[in-house]
Design a protein. Structure first.
Length: 327
């Protein structure tokens, strides 16, 4: 493996000068800088980032832990986080936790060993004290862990209100809300609470169905099986609020197989408004989360903490209902 000594020897200069060129520190003549760059390219030298980070006490790396980046919402979120991080001079290390506390803990330990400057957490499954003792900046997405750890989320309650009200305004009289297994202290649970509140207030009949939404194995056939059972047991359902767009897509498939015409016989609303929403047939009405803004804020919140700038303990961003062909 090529070392900095090899670069210095070939360039005919001392190691400290090569180091100053690499780290862009101190005065270096343009002639010397050009020689070092040329030798680095010729030898294929790669600076040891971990060693440099130890010296600088800053790695310009951010760790990102999410349930599964294959899931469309997290895929778009991860892409946006990488964009804003790189734009701010940081690179990212992506970790899939799959909702597994042991795996999440292993990744946190790995990120600490890698000297990341901060951690973006979207898959909280461990005890709160472990996050509070990370000894580096952390920000969560949709995970209200502690008042000492900033959290960025969207207004899930209002999203649920918007979706449920639209179904009722469109004439639906038997509603269903299909969601994953509810974790009540997560902000996402507010979507379901809003659904129940609005339906109860307006005296609309409703049912709530839970699907075991496994991030490790997103089995669409199993989702469709559960939805088939729901419609067979409750054939009078005429409006469905799905907790995410993947479930909504499965509902559309099942409705087609059952001969239910959307939106005449059945109206469907999803959540997140990921890219697939406008590609489905019929195109899906969905509550849009501001994914790019969430990503921008989590990156900026990490940077603010690194720079000693005060940050808000909680930021809730507005959502928007995008109406398409399913309502």
């Amino acid at each position: 493996m090529v070392t900095i000594k090899d670069v210095a020897k070939k360039a005919g200069i001392n190691i400290s000068t090569v180091s100053r060129v690499i780290n862009n520190k101190g005065y270096i003549s343009e002639k010397t800088r050009a020689i070092v760059y040329k030798v680095i390219e010729e030898l294929g030298y790669q600076p040891n980032e971990v060693a440099r980070s130890l010296l600088k006490r800053k790695s310009n790396l951010l760790g990102v832990i999410l349930p599964n980046v294959a899931y469309p919402f997290y895929a778009q979120l991860t892409s946006s986080i990488e964009y804003y991080a790189y734009k701010s001079g940081y690179k990212v290390m992506i970790c899939n936790s799959y909702g597994d506390a042991m795996k999440e803990n292993d990744y946190i330990n790995m990120l600490k060993r890698s000297q990341v400057d901060g951690i973006i957490m979207g898959g909280h499954t461990m005890e709160t004290f472990k996050y509070e003792n990370l000894e580096r900046p952390i920000v969560t997405i949709d995970r209200d862990i502690s008042k000492d750890i900033p959290n960025i989320s969207s207004d899930h309650y209002n999203g649920g209100v918007l979706a449920t009200n639209l179904l009722i305004e469109k004439g639906c009289r038997k509603l269903a809300h299909i969601r994953g297994i509810l974790i009540k202290h997560f902000p996402v649970a507010n979507r379901s609470q809003a659904f129940e509140d609005v339906a109860s207030e307006k005296k609309i009949s409703y049912i709530i169905s839970e699907i075991d939404f496994n991030f490790n194995d997103m089995d669409i056939e199993e989702y469709e099986k559960s939805i088939f059972e729901l419609f067979n047991d409750h054939p009078d359902i005429d409006g469905v609020f799905a907790n995410n767009d993947m479930i909504a897509a499965a509902i559309i498939n099942v409705a087609s197989k059952l001969g239910r015409v959307i939106p005449t016989d059945l109206k469907v609303i999803g959540y997140d408004d990921v890219l697939i929403s406008s590609l489905l047939k019929p195109k899906l009405t969905s509550v849009r989360q501001p994914i790019k803004r969430i990503a921008e804020l989590v990156v900026q919140t990490i940077i603010d903490q690194l720079e000693g700038t005060p940050v808000k303990s909680e930021t809730i961003l507005p959502v928007e209902l995008i109406e398409r062909e399913t309502t």
